[in-house]
Design a protein around this ligand. Sequence first.
Ligand code: C2O
Ligand code: CU
Length: 504
Amino acid sequence: MTPLNPLIQRRTFLLAGGALMLGACSKSSDSSSSATTNSVAANTSVATEGYNTLWIPPTLTGTTFDLSVATTTKQLHDGAATPTIGYNGAEFWGPTLIMQKGASVQLNVTNKLDEETTTHWHGFHIPAEMDGGPHQTIAAGATWSPSFEVKNNAATFWYHPHMHEKTWTQMNQGAGGFIIVQDDTEAALALPRTYGVDDIPLMLTSRTFSSSNEFVLTTVTPYGDEMLTNGTLKAEVGLPAQMVRFRILNAEIERVYDLGFSDNRTFHVIGTDGGLLNAPVPVTTLIIAPGERYEIVVDLTADAVGASLTMQAFNGGHPFGFPGGEDAASGEVFGSSLNNTTFDVLHINVIAAISGAVTALPTELVANTLWTAADATSKRTIAITDTGPGSPFTFDDAGYSMDTINQTVTLDTVEQWSINNGKIFSHSFHMHDVQFSIVSRSTGEVAEYEKGWKDTFSIFIGESVSFVAKFDDFASTEHPFMYHCHMANHEDEGLMGQFLVVPA
Ligand code: C2O
Ligand code: CU
């Protein structure tokens, strides 16, 4: 092997313990169904040879959501089908849950895997015991039934396994799904919202395949060689010549995306993790880290029917520390054929506009009053550390322990948290329970498109990021919430802590 960049070499020490290849999963059939399942009949079929039609997850609506998670397979390449995990019979991923703000919802999650799992409602402001973190385990064969009021604003959330030391493998197999929260404020705006037609959920991830078509999962390859957009390889979608909304989720293990379009067109960011922005923000590229969501609107009104364009990741040429920017080829340490290059995320064919199409974007959206640094009455600082060669990333030199409460917050306090990253690599910081506002980045200005409600953010090498949140509504002296890196390999290796919100 040629000499590695010292920083990459440092990272390779983290690989002690060797590579792990997932074995074949047993196949099981899942016959669960729900009266409220709606399959999506979008006119999205493929027009271009060599592409596959983008899978649009079916939706579940109402107030009772029955989910079951099981191993299955998906035919992704010629030859053997790939062993996967899906919810409710999906061959990769799961149905989209559509919830109304203010509704009381009941979820019943049945674990048909042959191992424990959990199901976490990422981004939701709910009691810790309903959160689906590592403490709310669901034994094989068991059903977990949390219930809560939907208090979040209209936005795009997601659910996924959060079983400590199993999150990486279960997510790598495809387990996850979208949650769309709707509310009256969003509904009053002239925005595209016909699911699967002009309002497209877009889950971005990538995988490397073994010679027998299994997903490879090793500590040396957190980056996939092939793009899976909603679980579809070489995805293509037909979109009407009008304003089109994408609800983009980075569901990667470690890769960050620098997203844009092949013709470098301007598009608008309209929403962050936890809600709409005050006004659309024009951009030509957008950085999205694992766990983050952005809603964007792309103007196709001037595109000719029959024309095509491509959403791409401009992941080449970033400084070291950009996850997926490593100059390492497929099979090499931290390598991938998608590293340090521009690659296609979604091929788009423009089709005729639908009647009642949205053809202009509102200039104002909502009136968020985001927390500022001046609002914080309490401050704490957390360092992302590594305890030496061969050791994983940690917070404040301590790996995650189920039995240790790392932070204690008093109910109703507005706090500023500052996360200081070390010098080894970049991360994606996520906190449960609250939506916060990012108030500073040591590397420069907070991007305009980040100035909304957030629960996850990218933090680059050597960077310090501060955010402010109010820890309201839910207190417990017993049940903690998590904060962690949303790179599932880092999380499983211990870059996670937990906090209690205790009564005042
Ligand atoms: Cu998306 Cu702690 O999770
Ligand atoms: Cu990390």
